[in-house]
Design a protein around this ligand. Structure first.
Ligand code: PLP
Length: 967
């Protein structure tokens, strides 16, 4: 072959190969889809849909794309800049051994990590069973009546416990007491949360607490059990003193310690909270980990966060579903008490499986080993002449050390991190991974030339450092699920059996509007379990964390290119937390200008429920702005409200493109208007998948945004978390971005910490890094364009069958022209057939699909967001199903099937219900199970019939179902 016929080396190297892997439709499919939509090219489509007024002035400045292998190599080099150490820092983060069967089959398994939050109960029974196991594990260990699944981290869980106590308790006081030995990062987050709510936080030494209560009222106090320095105190006198004052007692407790210690419930606590990190989730530089919150029965109706309950299905069988308050912020909006939406489901599943794997006996053995090693360490240190600060301890000793810095330095030299507990003490915390060799190495650090005592000798006649009066005598985790699956074979099959019940992205598209369920590429996932990212303590000396620092810097720089914002903090660990942090930034800005009285937040009625919930959490007053018939913010109403509240206007919170999937053309005008009245513009960035590469909110008038890296930037939803919700701001707001003083980061003007760890859910950041690094600027822009094309293709194919609720009204685009999602209005069909949007959602399960977003942002509608990752074939499979369902509805309309007995009302159909001897339905079993022929090749069977939500809410039950109760 002559040289001229050879492709260039650059073409052969194919550096942008990943683009084609990430995008669903290839070129020929795109061409076909464009013809269906009725436009000549992708560019023409974008020009028709995305308003000129908001378009970027220049392309994103991002490094040229790398192949999967190259990106992994580059990231490996960055990871290598983190120093892997043996960590004995404690302070809420511990080494843990993730059982291999859980690591591979849950944490690294797309059947688990690509699932969505279990709003559609029928296709989520597996993960909800795992979450009920989590709730049962927490209620058993804490001795409380009810627990949720899950909270974002221990610090925010404690802050939510504080506000739960404020509204649930009887005291009218606005004072909250934090005991001196609470984790410092927890105290910091509590201080951040308390301030805008007008709550005074007193930090009081445990020894002075009873006395403090004599002269001060408070509505509740937070106690740590065991304390950060290891002390195991009998909390009963303090709890009694609090109760005598009409105040509630919150106990932040270590679950592993609770296998040996009397539970908070037994000690009289009203609320328990904490982290489950040491149950199998690596430290990951601070996250993601599932935190927990558990309460007495009397507060169960006001428990924030995700709560899975037991209900029944249409056949009377046991079935799980999310309890009502899970949607609290969507239903109660500005009256909501918590904004938590995305939680930590995947880490909660890991923790629950860790408990299933080890069982109560296994957990006790681990705890006893840790406690025994701690006692050995304490004894050895005393033999070496060291003075210990406390005579109790589960996993931690605090050693008096005038030579503190020399010891810390010597330790670091040997690859060991200890905690600088105070100016002249050192803290040492042991965990499941600690070995005898570690104990010898630790003792050697304090030996000063003396011989190091032998571990075997120290182990003779050992007494644990746990007070006899506080030893646990009660059982826990007696349910068979924790006492059955202990062989690896059984464990593997249990995990597989649960995931087989569920639909995740590994089986079908999940066209959830506003949720952006796109590809979570395997190459993006691989780095998260690399030891150099996974086994890093968030409070290790900063100079050991150079890899994470670089990851943070690069990712922020790239996201800044994508959004047009000047400054970004990755600390918030969900979108809701980004909203909260962003509103605090706006508040701090007004405060700094002596305009702290500005407290009005304008929010359009179409907003996501987290928006008003976040606004009330920062003490702002929500004023609702109307939307017009096209789904746009009603600018006249906005103008009137800006004028009415001009002196007190703090912010407006909009979503762009709107939650209706519309690019409002007058958004720049809206921003100007708000600025004229002294307010700042918050742009909810959940819909960034319609903007990246085309427009940046920081350029077209936004002042603050949060992103959802778990939507736009490929972090999987994990069945409801983890997420990352970076807060992004324009130049003049950069000084106020959240600090993290417990980690030695930040200045006085900054907003305080909003997460327990300085980089929030740090360990999942490599996912977004990989995505951007492999896509490059052109690839990311192409992703946005294809996302818009896919949505318009769906709208075009369905336009003759369903009402497309809002569109830009472009006559040249079939379907009217939508952004990256489209809303199908089913309300007219309800009148003609009695069929509801929910019936269609459930019937889609019979067709093998996860339903689109149901009844948000408009009741009675389905919102479809296909994302760029779905191929034409999959979009067609979905459209064919929707069209077939429309024909089924027609049969009801025409009276062939009764309104109350048809394949839609009875969906989803279980195999068992179709195999019953008698079949008395007006349609055939084939119609029920195989309405389209492709289902005969591949069929998902719903494990349960339609779940009864009302029954579940009336009979709130949130633990493992007692054996024998299974129907
Ligand atoms: C998903 C979403 C949020 C909340 O994000 P979380 O990460 O779930 O807290 C906020 N606003 C909109 C429009 C969203 O779609």
């Amino acid at each position: 072959m002559p040289n001229t016929a050879l492709p260039s080396l650059a073409e052969l190297e194919n550096a942008s190969e990943f683009q084609a892997r990430h995008l669903g439709p290839w070129d020929a499919e795109q061409a076909h889809m464009l013809s269906v939509v009725g436009v000549a090219s992708r560019q023409a489509l974008i020009d028709a849909i995305v308003p000129e007024s908001i378009r970027r002035s220049r392309p994103m400045d991002l490094p040229a794309p790398l192949t999967e292998a190259q990106a992994l190599a580059e990231l490996k080099a960055i990871a290598g800049q983190n120093k892997l150490m043996r960590n004995f820092i404690g302070q809420g983060y511990h080494g843990t051994l993730t059982p291999g069967v859980i690591l591979r089959n849950i944490l690294e398994n797309p059947a688990w990590y690509t699932a969505y939050t279990p709003y559609q109960a029928e296709i989520s029974q597996g993960r909800m069973e795992a979450l009920v196991n989590f709730q049962t594990m927490v209620t058993d260990l804490t001795g409380m009546a009810i627990a949720n699944a899950s909270m974002l981290d221990e610090a925010t869980a404690a802050a939510e416990a504080m506000t739960l106590a404020a509204r649930g308790g009887k005291s009218k006081s606005t004072r909250f007491v934090v005991c001196h030995d609470v984790l410092p990062q927890t105290l910091e987050v509590i201080q951040t949360r308390a301030r805008p709510l007008g709550i005074t936080v007193d930090v009081v030494h445990a020894a002075q607490l009873a006395e403090h209560l004599q002269s001060h009222d408070c509505f509740a106090a937070l106690l740590q059990y065991p304390g950060v320095n290891g002390q195991v105190r009998d909390l009963r006198p303090l709890i009694n003193a609090l109760h005598a004052k009409g105040a509630l007692a919150i106990v932040a407790a270590d679950l592993l310690a609770l296998t040996l210690l009397a539970s908070p419930g037994e000690l009289g606590a009203d609320i328990a909270c904490g982290t489950t990190q040491r149950f199998g989730m690596p430290m990951g530089n601070g996250g993601p980990h599932a935190a927990y919150l558990a309460t007495k029965d009397e507060f169960k109706r006001s428990l924030p966060g995700r709560l899975v309950g037991v209900s029944v299905d249409s056949h009377g069988n046991t079935a799980y579903r999310l309890a009502l308050q899970t949607r609290e912020q969507h239903i109660r909006r500005e009256k909501a008490t918590s904004n938590i939406c995305t939680a930590q489901v995947l880490p909660a599943v890991v923790a629950s499986m860790y408990a299933v794997y080890h069982g109560p006996e296994g957990l006790k053995r681990i705890a006893l080993r840790v406690a025994s090693y701690t006692a050995i360490l304490a004894k050895g240190l005393q033999q070496l002449g060291r003075q210990l600060i406390h005579d109790t301890g589960f996993d931690t000793v605090q050693v008096l050390a005038a030579d503190r810095d020399a010891i810390l330095a010597a330790a670091e030299g040997q690859g060991i991190n200890l905690r600088a507990a105070s100016a002249d003490t050192v803290g040492i915390t042991l965990d499941e991974t600690t070995t005898r060799q570690d104990l010898s190495a630790l003792l050697a650090l304090f030996a000063n030339g003396q011989p190091v005592p032998a571990i075997d000798t120290l182990a003779q006649g050992l007494t644990l450092r746990l007070p006899e009066a506080l030893r646990r005598t009660s059982d826990f985790m007696a349910h068979p699920v924790f006492n059955t699956h202990h062989s690896e074979t059984e464990m593997l099959r249990y995990i597989r059996a649960l995931s087989d019940k569920d639909l995740a992205l590994d089986r079908t598209m999940i066209p959830l509007g506003s949720c952006t369920m796109k590809l979570n590429a395997t190459s993006e996932m691989i780095p998260i379990t690399w030891p150099e990212f996974a086994h890093i303590h968030p409070f290790a000396p900063r100079h050991q964390l150079k890899g994470y620092e670089l990851l943070d810097q690069q990712l922020c720089a790239w996201l800044s290119q994508a959004t047009g914002y000047a400054g970004i903090s990755l600390q918030p660990n969900a979108g809701s937390q980004g909203e909260y942090a962003g509103l605090l930034v706006i508040k701090a800005y007004h405060d700094a200008r002596g305009e702290g009285h500005r407290d009005i937040c304008l929010i359009p009625e179409s907003a996501h429920g987290t928006n008003p919930a976040s606004a009330q959490m920062v003490g702002m007053k929500v004023v609702v702005v109307k939307c017009d018939a096209d789904g746009n913010v009603n600018l006249d109403d906005l103008k009137a409200k800006c004028e009415q509240h001009s002196a007190n206007l703090a912010a407006v919170m909009i979503t762009y493109p709107s939650t209706y999937g519309v690019f409002e053309t007058r958004v720049t005008e809206l921003c100007k208007l708000v600025h004229q009245h002294g307010g700042r513009v918050y742009v909810d960035g959940a819909n960034m998948n319609a903007l990246v590469g085309l427009a940046g909110p920081g350029e077209f008038g936004g002042d603050v945004s949060h992103l959802n890296l778990h939507k736009t930037f490929c972090i999987p939803h994990g069945g409801g978390g983890p997420g990352v919700g970076p807060v992004c701001v324009v130049e003049d707001l950069v000084p106020y971005l959240p600090a993290h003083r417990s980690a030695g980061l930040g200045t006085d003007v900054q907003v305080g910490a909003v997460s327990a760890a300085p980089l929030g859910n740090a360990a999942v950041l490599p996912i977004s890094w990989m995505y951007i690094r492999m896509m490059g600027a052109d690839g990311l822009k192409a992703a946005t364009e294809v996302a818009i094309l896919n949505a318009n293709y769906v709208a075009a194919r369905l336009a003759d069958h369903y009402d497309i609720h809002f569109s830009s009204g472009k006559a040249e685009v079939k379907g009217g022209g939508v952004a990256h999602e489209c809303i199908l209005d089913l309300r007219p069909l309800k009148d003609t057939s009695g069929i509801s949007a929910e019936d269609v959602a459930k019937r889609l399960i019979d067709y093998g699909f996860h339903a689109p977003t149901l009844s948000f942002p408009v009741a009675g509608t389905l919102m479809v967001e296909p994302t760029e990752s779905e191929s034409q074939a999959e979009l067609d499979r979905f459209c064919d199903a929707m069209i077939a369902i429309r024909e089924e509805i027609r049969q009801v309309e025409q009276g062939q099937w009764p309104q109350d007995d048809n394949p839609l009302k009875n969906a989803p159909h279980t195999a068992a219900s179709l195999l019953q001897g008698e079949w008395a339905r007006p349609y055939s079993r084939e119609t029920a199970a195989y309405p389209v022929s492709s289902l005969r090749l591949q069929k998902y069977w719903s494990p349960v019939g339609r779940v009864d939500n009302v029954y579940g809410d009336r009979n709130l039950f949130c633990s493992c179902v007692p054996v024998g109760d299974y129907a």
